[in-house]
Ligand binder design. Structure first.
Ligand code: ZN
Length: 161
């Protein structure tokens, strides 16, 4: 396993539509492990492959609840309902947070590293993390859809004084 370098906005790879994965092999499985390791190293709750410069439809999510790590290939939101608004940040946009409107509950279909299909039902913050990461696969950043965006480095400076 290896920690990969997280690319930052405005890297163009973050704006590409990531390609569907068709080969389920050891390279993919290594990528998924590296993504999880990179996410944990950065104290993130999710990471999409484009964020390490790889334009493929792979995400990892771990919001720190009892669900644990979910690594998913070719994720597709199959059901969605309700809405919630909450603050989000992004490892590729280190200095900004913003309030984003998301579905409250979603059902996501995808595949594991071997190509087996599985489904995740997510609500609350886990649902937010999935929606945020799937947006990355479509070249969408939270700053594109946030109701407001604020500089957290300024806040931290203020708070630290
Ligand atoms: Zn992000």
């Amino acid at each position: 396993m290896a920690i990969r370098i997280i690319v930052k906005e405005p890297d163009p790879v973050l704006r590409e539509t990531a390609k569907e994965v068709t080969k389920f092999n050891s390279n993919l499985q290594k990528l998924m492990k590296d993504m999880a390791e990179t996410m944990y190293d950065a104290d993130g709750v999710g990471l999409a492959a484009p964020q390490i410069g790889i334009s493929k439809r792979v995400i990892v999510v771990d919001v720190g609840d009892e669900t644990g790590l979910i690594s998913m290939v070719n994720p597709v939101i199959a059901e969605k309902e309700g809405e919630q608004v909450g603050p989000e940040g992004c490892l590729s946009i280190p200095n900004l947070n913003g309030d984003v409107k998301r579905y409250e509950r979603i059902v996501v279909n995808g595949q594991d590293g071997e190509g087996n299909h599985f489904t995740v039902e997510a609500s609350g913050f886990l649902a937010v993390a999935f929606q945020h990461e799937i947006d990355h696969l479509n070249g969408i950043l939270f700053t594109d859809i946030a109701q407001n965006v604020y500089d957290i480095t300024a806040r931290q400076r203020k708070g630290g004084e």
